[in-house]
Design a protein around this ligand. Sequence first.
Ligand code: FES
Ligand code: FES
Length: 167
Amino acid sequence: MKKKAAGKFQLDCSVNGARVRREIAASRTMLEFLREDLGLKGTKEGCGEGECGACLILLDGRAVNSCLMMAAQAHGREIVTIEGIKGRDGGLHPIQKTFMEEGAVQCGFCIPGIIVAAEALLRRKPDATLEDIKLELTGNLCRCTGYEKILSAVELSRDELKKKGKR
Ligand code: FES
Ligand code: FES
């Protein structure tokens, strides 16, 4: 990470496949950087302290809470937000389609984080069991759905993604 002026960093990273170079305050969180500087509002701020998972993003393919991460920590790394999770045709990702079809979304506030968590899990573990899914989603709070439909939507997403040509 290159220091620029006192309290500033010249950040150079990839966000949703595009190179981003910005001078940022060293104190900027990744959540602030995405929402306020880049206008990527799909990443939500719930608790702001690592408890709810609404702010999850992929950092080099791993799900991380962007409220707990400084933007400068992304230097030289690859960020994917919910806006970057797409199907191969550029439309909805199979996980997003399944959530809609299963009615697993109510107010929707928690859903970007849950889809990011599901994508991270199914990338690294395409055969994830229901127990794996429950474990992955322990950091994602939903105040609306009661989780049953969310869990079944992730299981159906796993099955869809395993079909040839879905990823
Ligand atoms: S806003 Fe980051 S975990 Fe809740
Ligand atoms: S759908 Fe409303 S918080 Fe989860």
